[in-house]
Design a binder for this molecule. Structure first.
Ligand code: HXC
Length: 516
């Protein structure tokens, strides 16, 4: 065969590989309302940047007539390219090839991508649309999955790992996304569950649709398994691109800095009047965040789950920061089990990747009651405490109003190694709210008085004057300064600059034992 023929042969193979399971299967995929593996990569990566690896690999199974059912690429497209100019690795399950199922070969292709990404220190995006383990391959498929899981685990905290769920993701297959840092999921065409509706009905007699069991809204609002819910695949991949921009490439890099054009000296005058006079009246903490951060640009994570706490990424004078904030608009910003877990996971992610954490605090405490106690609020709240306490990144707090009780301790207090704790003059730092505190401390006096209602009112007022302000905490050095709200942006930026070379270490250990 001469060179020309050899080149032609290669080109024909490439052409065939790029059709995955073939034209008919591609049309079927589109009819299901889904994009193909390659179309998805095109949406994720910068134009013409994608370089494929293992394009002509095939599976090696010879059981059940599989030797006659071979396709180049075998159920997955893998490679690397750039996202907004930065190196990113990707694997994208190809549903047009045997339902994008996981064979030994597919497992090896994914492993190769992950190992290379870890070696060069770049994020990995996994795009999931798969029927799960390829049944014909038996234990080879299971071993293939597990070889991916172990890499998810070992590279956790080394390179950012992001999952897209854009089709079925069932059985053990859900565990790879669950081990990654962030999961994006699209409505209608995607679902995620350990056991499908048929098995659920067989075992528990519960009748449930795929969407009710594991649709995007279920995981975005109820279980909190996913972090971002999108209407279309286009929106989903745009979202992943936006997220990557906030992240460093790996754990040895500093949090990235971008040119945002927003003036670091900008005053946020609107913040002077945002906290209502009545301490029981809510306000929207998202407005505080948007006012402070560069150009109001805030990428919220877990937007629809545990909304009493807000977490997400933003920039301050160009530098990527993680924001954690109580939301007085939802359940008065109280901390419950879900909010604690949500906050803890986010703080730990930021700490893994050297992203400073900024906390906006207005929290009346932990949610009382049997429902929360039975759900293990003690352990969940401890997770948030642990996450803040162990984090060595720069940690700043702004107390806008309430910082009560255990929640004061947890939300990046000075004693948890908070670097700089600011309070607004509206800050109230106390063991609990004035009303509850007065009823306990002055119970006898109130009971014995001629007019208990009036006495209670007077005692509440007395307590409020003494403790419902930030000055006592300032005098004792538990907060570092009381600031005029309009200066918040500038003061945070200055504190971040001061902390730029912060070095902090935890005692040597294999790893801690976070209360899981
Ligand atoms: C082999 C499979 C397959 C599988 C789908 N296919 N799942 N082949 N092993 N697990 C094939 C189908 O035979 C079909 O081949 C093609 O993929 C497309 O599938 P369809 O059923 O036509 O598509 P659709 O109607 O969209 O349904 C998709 C689906 C369904 C919901 C994913 O196929 C399904 O329920 N599959 C089984 C899912 C499952 O239970 N997987 C095992 C999970 S256990 P043809 O040739 O007709 O195009 C698991 C263990 C992992 O994964 C443990 C790790 C620890």
């Amino acid at each position: 065969m001469n060179n020309e023929k050899r080149i032609l042969e290669l080109k024909q193979k490439i052409e065939k590989a790029e059709l995955g399971g073939g034209q008919e299967a591609i049309e079927k995929q589109h009819k299901r309302g889904k994009l193909t593996a390659r179309e998805r990569i095109d949406l994720l990566m910068d134009p013409h940047s994608f370089q494929e690896i293992d394009k002509l690999r095939t599976h090696t199974c010879t059981d059940f007539g599989m030797e006659k059912k071979k396709f180049y690429g075998d159920g997955i497209v893998t490679g690397y390219g750039s996202v907004k100019g930065r190196l990113v690795f990707v694997y994208s399950f190809d549903f047009t090839v045997i339902g994008g199922t996981l064979s030994k070969t597919v497992g090896e292709k994914v492993s190769k991508i992950m190992e290379t990404a870890a070696k060069v220190g770049a994020p990995v995006v996994g795009i999931n649309d798969s029927g799960g383990a390829r049944i014909q391959e038996g234990v080879d498929a299971l071993a293939g999955y597990t070889s991916i899981f172990i890499k998810n685990i070992l590279y956790s905290g080394v390179i950012p790992q992001i999952s897209a769920i854009v089709g079925p993701c069932a059985g053990g297959a859900v565990y790879s996304p669950a081990l990654t840092d962030f999961i994006f999921m699209v409505r209608k065409t995607a679902n995620m569950f350990l056991t499908g509706p048929k098995v659920v009905e067989e075992v528990t007699r519960e009748k449930v649709t795929s969407d009710e069991l594991g649709g995007a809204d279920v995981h975005g609002k109820k279980s909190g398994v996913t972090h971002f819910t999108c209407d279309t695949e286009q929106e989903l991949f745009e979202g992943i691109r936006d997220l990557i921009e906030f992240l460093p490439q790996n754990n040895t890099e500093e949090s990235p800095v971008a040119q945002t054009g927003d003036d670091p000296h900008r005053m946020c005058v609107e913040l002077n009047s945002i906290v209502p006079e009545n301490p029981n009246k809510p306000y929207d903490m998202k407005q505080v965040i948007q006012s402070v951060v560069d150009n109001g640009n805030f990428l919220e994570v877990h937007k629809d789950w545990a909304q009493n706490i807000i977490v997400g990424f933003a920039r301050l004078n160009g530098k990527s920061v993680g924001i954690v904030a109580n939301q007085p608009r939802i359940m008065a910003g109280v901390l419950d089990s879900n909010a604690s877990v949500k906050g803890a996971r986010f703080v730990r992610f930021c700490d893994c990747f050297n992203i400073p954490v900024i906390t906006f605090e207005d929290v009346p405490g932990f949610l009382p009651g049997t429902a929360q106690e039975y759900a293990g609020i003690i352990s969940h709240g401890a997770k948030l405490m642990y996450a803040y306490g162990e984090a060595t990144v720069p940690k700043l707090t702004v107390i806008t109003r309430k910082a009560y009780g255990g929640a004061y301790c947890v939300m990046n207090s000075k004693q948890l190694r908070g670097d700089m704790i600011f309070a607004w003059p509206t800050g109230e730092i106390a063991v609990m709210g004035a009303e509850g505190a007065s009823k306990i401390v002055f119970a006898k006096e109130i009971k014995q008085s001629e007019n208990p209602d009036e006495t209670l009112k007077a005692k509440i007022q007395e307590y409020r004057e003494r403790f419902a302000n930030p000055y006592v905490a300032l005098e004792k050095g538990f907060i570092d300064d009381i600031i005029v709200p309009e200066n918040t942006r500038f003061r945070l930026i200055k504190a971040l600059e001061m902390l730029k070379n912060k070095r902090d270490e935890n005692p040597p250990k294999k790893h801690g034992n976070i209360p899981l």
